[in-house]
Design a protein around this ligand. Structure first.
Ligand code: ASP
Ligand code: MG
Length: 467
C-alpha cells in the first residue's frame, strides 16, 4: 500500500541534547514503517533567544567592542552545536560535514553581527536574517543525526522547502504560490524515500530575502507543509505531554486534554497556552488534518489530538488559560461616533505594523477598549495619536492586568456558565475590567487585575474541571 505523508515537528527542549536528538531519530525511524515522514525543527533549544539578545546587545556596543563580541558569540554558538552534534553523530565523516556546514554559517553570522554592531542599528529585516541562522544550523545537526541512524535525510531551509512569504519581516505571511512550491520542491525528495528536514519558522520573500513567521512559528511551518502535502497528521513533539486544562505552574493538578476542536485549540493558544502557535491551526483546519501534541519522552502516548469536531464533550469547560504581559488601551472621544472610519484606520494601521489586537470591546460608539501585548503599547499609542486629529479625545492605558479565557465548545449550548464564572470573579473581590465582544462561542474571556488573576484561574478550574 502506498504510504501516506506525516509531518513531525520537533521543538522546545526536544531539540537540545544529543540524547534528545537520538530520541528524534528513533521516533522518525519508527514512524517511517507506516508513513512517509517530513520533519520540521526549531533552532536548538534557547538559540533563537540568544540570537535576538546578541543583535540587541551588539547594536548598543561601542565600535571598539563589536568585533570581540561577535567572535565570542561565534565561539559560544559553535561550541554548543559541535557538542550537540558529537553527542548524536558517531560517523566521523557525517560529523565532519555537519561541523563544516555550521562553521561556514557561523562565519556569515559573525560578519553580519559586526555589520549590525557598526551600524548601531537592528531593524526587523536584519533581525530576521540574524535569527534565521538558528534553524539553518539546527537542520544540519538533526539531519546529520538521522543520516547517522541510516535514514536518508535532506536538510532544507523553509524557502528551499517552498515556503515563500511577503516581506513583512518578523511576522511574514505565506504567499498563495506555496500551493505549488511546497509540493514541487518536496515531492520529488519524498518520492525517492528521503526525509526532508525543514527549518521551521524561517522563510524568505520572493527575492530570497530572509523572513520569519513570528516567534514560535515553526509549528506554523509544520502545518503549512502538512496542508500542502496532504499529510494524514501533523505532530507537534516537544517536552510536554500534550495540551493541559490549565498552566500546571498555577494549577498543579491540571489534566491532560485528550481531544480538542480546532476552535478550542486556537483560542487556547491565542490566550496564553504556550503549547502551540495559534496560527498553525488555520492551515490544519483548512485541510482537515489532525494536529497531535505529544512528548518526546513518551512517544507512544496519544498526547492531545486536535480535530474538526470534538467527539465527546465530557465537560462544558475544558480549559482555563491566562495571558500575561498585556495592556488595555481605552480610546475615548465623542468625535469618533461621527468618524466611524477612524477605528478602521487605527485597526488597519496596527495590522500593517504587525501589532496584534488580542481583544476588543466597545461599550459605546465613542468608547473603545483594545488589548495589545505590553511590548506593542508604545507603537500602538503612536498610531492612535496619529489618528487623534480625526476625533480621539483621550487615550487611557491600564497596566498590571491579565486576560483569563475559559474555553470549551460545550459552553455554547449550556446556560449559566457565564453567571458562574462572574460569580467566581466577584467572590475573589475582583472586578471585570473588560469582556471580549463578539468572541467565538468556544470561549469567554475577560480582563482582571493581575493580583487576582491566579486565584481566579484556580477557582474556575476547581469549579468546572476538577468537580
Ligand atoms: N526558534 C523559533 C523561536 O524560538 C521558532 C520556534 O521555535 O518555533 O521562536
Ligand atoms: Mg525555538
Amino acid at each position: 500500500m502506498d504510504r501516506k505523508i506525516i509531518v513531525l515537528k520537533f521543538g522546545g527542549f526536544a531539540v537540545s541534547t544529543g540524547e534528545n536528538i537520538k530520541r528524534i531519530c528513533a521516533i522518525v525511524k519508527k514512524e517511517r514503517e507506516k508513513h512517509k515522514v517530513v520533519v520540521t525543527v526549531s533552532a536548538l533549544y534557547g538559540v533563537t533567544d540568544k540570537l535576538v539578545e546578541i543583535s540587541e546587545k551588539i547594536s548598543n556596543l561601542p565600535a571598539i567592542a563589536v568585533e570581540d563580541a561577535a567572535k565570542n558569540f561565534y565561539d559560544e554558538i559553535l561550541a554548543l552545536h559541535c557538542k550537540t552534534a558529537k553527542e548524536c553523530i558517531t560517523d566521523e565523516k557525517i560529523l565532519k560535514e555537519v561541523i563544516e556546514k555550521i562553521t561556514a554559517l557561523l562565519e556569515k553570522l559573525r560578519i553580519t553581527l559586526i555589520g549590525v554592531g557598526y551600524l548601531e542599528e537592528i531593524n526587523p529585516k536584519f533581525m530576521d536574517y540574524v535569527v534565521s541562522f538558528g534553524e539553518k544550523m539546527s537542520v544540519y545537526v538533526i539531519s546529520g543525526a538521522l543520516k547517522d541512524a541510516n535514514i536518508k535525510a535532506v536538510p532544507l531551509t523553509g524557502y528551499e522547502a517552498g515556503i515563500i512569504t511577503d516581506s513583512n519581516f518578523s511576522h511574514a505571511k505565506p504567499l498563495p504560490i506555496i500551493n505549488e512550491t511546497i509540493r514541487k520542491n518536496l515531492m520529488p525528495l519524498i518520492e525517492e524515500n528521503n526525509v526532508p528536514v525543514v527549518a521551521g519558522f524561517i522563510s524568505a520573500d520572493i527575492k530570497g530575502t530572509a523572513t520569519t513567521l513570528g516567534r514560535g512559528g515553526s509549528d506554523y511551518t509544520a502545518a503549512l507543509l502538512a496542508k500542502h502535502l496532504d499529510a494524514v497528521e501533523v505532530q507537534i513533539i516537544k517536552d510536554v505531554e500534550g495540551v493541559l486544562s490549565a498552566d500546571p505552574k498555577i494549577v498543579p493538578n491540571a489534566k491532560l486534554l485528550k481531544e480538542l476542536s480546532y476552535a478550542e485549540a486556537m483560542d487556547l493558544a491565542l490566550f496564553g497556552a504556550k503549547v502551540m502557535y495559534s496560527k498553525m491551526i488555520e492551515p490544519a483546519m483548512d485541510a482537515k488534518i489532525p494536529v497531535r501534541v505529544k512528548s518526546i519522552f513518551k512517544p507512544d502516548d496519544e498526547g492531545t489530538v486536535i480535530v474538526k469536531n470534538e467527539e465527546i464533550i465530557d465537560r462544558i469547560v475544558k480549559a482555563v488559560t491566562m495571558m500575561k504581559d498585556i495592556t488595555v488601551v481605552n480610546i475615548k472621544g465623542v468625535g469618533m461616533a461621527e468618524t466611524p472610519g477612524i477605528i478602521g484606520k487605527i485597526f488597519s494601521e496596527l495590522g500593517n505594523k504587525g501589532i496584534n489586537i488580542v481583544m476588543v470591546s466597545g461599550s459605546s460608539e465613542s468608547n473603545l477598549s483594545i488589548v495589545v501585548k505590553k511590548s506593542d503599547v508604545g507603537r500602538t499609542l503612536e498610531i492612535i495619536n496619529q489618528a487623534s486629529n480625526s476625533g480621539v479625545r483621550k487615550v487611557e492605558v491600564m497596566e498590571n492586568v491579565r486576560i483569563i479565557a475559559v474555553i470549551g465548545a460545550g459552553m455554547a449550548g449550556s446556560r449559566g456558565v457565564a453567571a458562574k464564572i462572574f460569580k467566581i470573579v466577584a467572590d475573589n473581590d475582583a472586578s471585570i475590567i473588560m469582556i471580549a465582544q463578539g468572541s467565538s462561542e468556544v470561549n469567554i474571556s475577560f480582563v482582571v487585575e493581575e493580583k487576582f488573576s491566579e486565584d481566579i484561574v484556580k477557582a474556575i478550574h476547581r469549579e468546572f474541571v476538577e468537580k
